[in-house]
Design a protein around this ligand. Sequence first.
Ligand code: 5GP
Length: 122
Amino acid sequence: MSDTLFTRIINREIPADIIYEDEICLAFNDIHPQAPVHFLVIPKKPIPTLNDLDKDDRQIAGHLMWAAAHIAREKGFAADGYRTVMNCNDDGGQTVYHIHLHVLAGKPLGWPPYTEKLKSKG
Ligand code: 5GP
């Protein structure tokens, strides 16, 4: 299977505005920010969707959350607050199939995060 866009960012094959890196994850600014602060925290291990997270990957998933909070503290917006989101598959709005935690901050964020009328499938 060919590498995803995010594996290519990890391998420095395509550029990204990287803001944090350790042995487990990488964080970089989203190319189409949806808030004044919008970055993605991704595992170095290429896991396509949240559904593909194995029991053995639980530490990786927790690490992404820890990294989000760590970066928030370092960048000084932890106390004001922020939102983390992980989209899964089509209905979740996932477009890149390498799991990633969105971190959005820098203004009060609306809730719920969608505007269209609630409609059921089928
Ligand atoms: P998803 O829709 O899968 O939850 O989120 C994918 C995110 O990746 C989107 O917010 C999109 O703007 C971002 N993205 C897509 N391509 C690139 C890219 O080449 N560089 C960066 N930095 N972000 C990207």
